[in-house]
Design a protein around this ligand. Structure first.
Ligand SMILES: [Zn+2]
Length: 224
């Protein structure tokens, strides 16, 4: 009886190994093949036979069509970084409930998504910000905003990626604006003191220096 049980056990293990999806070669990974990287936060992949333009949610990288030379350089760096992450790879997606009403499309018809690299589940949107190749995009709410703002803060402190270039002329000493926290609500351009009547439970706290760097304006009522 004991040997029968051992034999059954071995058969189950062997069957498990044979049918295990991890035993498949890399090109058989599930996901959508990436066809082309467009810029630092946009790429095209093939979904059900259709070339689909994906705009990564919650991240903003420098524009490549800006007249300013410096910005242009950053745009190429950001685009090259996304190429390094995605070329020849497959990806799978997660969507954000805030875009349900538009079928997860933006006004340019791009699909709004969180992308994960198939072979290692690397969270691409987060990786861009962590490595300093893009900002957390705060104009619209999304589920990972708090996390992305933290990744951006860490990237700036560590001066990785583009932050190394941007902040190299500044002293490393934190200023008062780095420690004062202000509050803003996505889809608005103003920041406030915590006590301001415009601060709601949807507001997010960030250092004042960051709000200024993102081009937000101080509220005229609470003057933070
Ligand atoms: Zn205010």
């Amino acid at each position: 009886m004991k040997y029968v049980l051992i034999a059954i056990g071995l058969i189950i293990i062997i069957l498990g190994l044979v049918t295990c999806p991890q035993a498949q070669p890399a090109e058989e990974l599930p996901g959508y093949p990436v066809l082309r990287v467009v810029d630092g936060d946009t790429f095209i992949c093939e979904m059900e036979g259709i070339d689909t333009r994906i705009r990564l949610i919650g991240v903003d990288t420098p524009e490549s069509v800006h007249p300013n030379k410096e910005v242009e350089y950053f745009a190429i760096e950001a685009s090259n970084f996304l190429k390094k992450l995605l070329e020849g790879e497959k990806v799978f997606f997660e969507y954000d409930a805030t875009n349900n009403s538009t079928g997860h499309k933006d006004r340019y018809g791009r699909t709004l998504a969180y992308a994960y690299r198939s072979r290692d589940s690397l969270f691409i949107n987060a990786e861009i910000i962590k490595q300093g190749y893009g900002h957390a995009y705060t104009s619209y709410p999304f589920q990972y905003m708090e996390n992305f703002l933290k990744y951006e803060r860490d990237a700036r402190v560590q001066q990785v990626g583009l932050w190394a270039e941007l902040e190299s002329g500044e002293s490393g000493e934190p200023t008062e604006n780095d420690t004062v926290m202000v509050y803003f609500t996505p889809s608005t351009k103003k920041y406030h003191r915590q006590s301001c009547r415009y601060v709601t439970e949807k507001s997010t706290a960030i250092p004042k220096s960051e709000a200024i760097a993102k081009g937000m304006e101080a509220c005229k009522i609470c003057s933070p």
